[in-house]
Design a protein around this ligand. Structure first.
Ligand SMILES: [Zn+2]
Ligand SMILES: [Zn+2]
Length: 339
């Protein structure tokens, strides 16, 4: 596929898609009904529907019975841990293998022309981004994800919380299911902005940002404190009437879904002349510029707070102006302003 029909490549080999990253037309004024209708399929495809399918398969075929979950026991806890690790290993591993190991589409559609494996860096454990990312993901990421899952399923099994059933409240559960990605992004925007502040960035979130040129393995490569915050959005199911199927779906959106922003390619080619958009660009720009796109544009917060980078030259100029203002403010605070 000729990626230059869809974007441009600079001297360093970095690909930028044409057009402007707009974010979802969900919370815009005045409303844009036609845009909204044409946007709806991208809310489900390819990702959220895939994560819903994962959640449903886990619930119907790969989650222990209620009686089992009612009593903490290391057998089923270990089973859930291995199950989650396997999902991450297979999905992230498949993307890594195809795009980064076999380099099946070279650097076509690749935002950063370089591949992380070609560069050693001291910021990573053993000087390797991949090894560092993998150890952090499986060392604390998947265990903390599983811990949330264990507690939530156990609380459902013992009837602690406002749980309901699809028979009793079908529409309430469907609405909650539809809102899960929005709940996730609202929560993520808040905690993500928070850990970009002062010492929290230095001690916690900088670990994730070491991967300036992310790959799928970077998705869950975080400090354990970030892991704890990251999955806490699932606690909403102890506040709103819910069902464990939605908990599993939600954990898929948050856990497995972290990969979306870290694919590093704008399109994944599926044939000579076909491919699908990854929706990874907004978060790639976050890894590149740090203080932009705290969320991916589904919710309006970045646009409201002026931190949205739409991937264009105008977006760049707005970001530079904001950074210059911030620098001036910090200099003034430190008493460095020229007289
Ligand atoms: Zn990231
Ligand atoms: Zn960040």
């Amino acid at each position: 596929m000729d990626d230059l029909k869809f974007g441009t490549r600079n001297k360093r080999g970095d690909f930028s898609p044409n057009g402007r990253l707009e974010g979802a037309p969900l919370f815009v004024w005045p409303p844009k009904p036609l845009k909204l209708i044409s946007w709806i399929p991208s809310y489900f495809l390819p990702w959220n529907l895939l994560f819903l399918a994962f959640g449903a398969v886990l619930w119907f075929y790969a989650t222990p019975a209620k009686e089992t979950l009612a009593v903490y026991d290391w057998h089923w806890i270990a089973y859930l841990l291995i199950r989650n690790a396997a999902i991450v290993f297979v999905l992230y591993g498949a993307l890594e293998l195809r795009l980064y190991v076999k380099r099946a589409q070279g650097n076509r559609f690749k935002f950063n022309g370089l591949f992380p494996a070609d560069r050693k860096s001291d910021v990573f454990w053993f000087g390797s981004q991949n090894l560092d990312n993998i150890l952090r993901s499986f060392g604390t990421g998947v265990p903390i994800w599983t811990a949330y899952e264990v507690v939530m399923l156990h609380l459902w099994a013992i009837g602690w919380g406002p749980w309901t059933t699809f028979e009793a409240h079908p529409w309430a559960l469907v609405l909650l299911g539809l809102a899960v990605p929005m709940i996730h992004e609202t929560h993520f925007f808040c905690i993500h902005w928070l850990i970009h502040q002062g010492p929290l960035y230095k001690w916690v979130h900088s670990v994730h940002h070491n991967s300036v040129n992310p790959s799928p393995w970077s998705s869950l490569s975080m400090h354990p404190v970030e892991h704890l915050l990251y999955w806490s959005d699932v606690l909403i199911h102890l506040v709103l009437p819910s069902h464990p199927l939605l908990v599993l779906y939600h954990l898929q959106v948050t856990g497995t879904g972290a990969v979306v922003g870290h694919i590093g390619f704008d399109k994944i080619e599926t044939g000579e002349d076909s491919g699908f958009k990854t929706q990874a660009y907004a978060h790639y720009l976050h890894h590149k510029y740090f203080e932009v796109n705290y969320s991916d544009g589904l919710m309006p917060f970045d646009r409201l707070f002026g931190t949205w980078h739409d991937g264009t030259k105008d977006g760049d100029a707005a970001m530079q102006a904001r950074f210059a203002k911030k620098k001036a403010r910090l200099n003034a605070k430190a008493g460095n302003t020229p007289n």
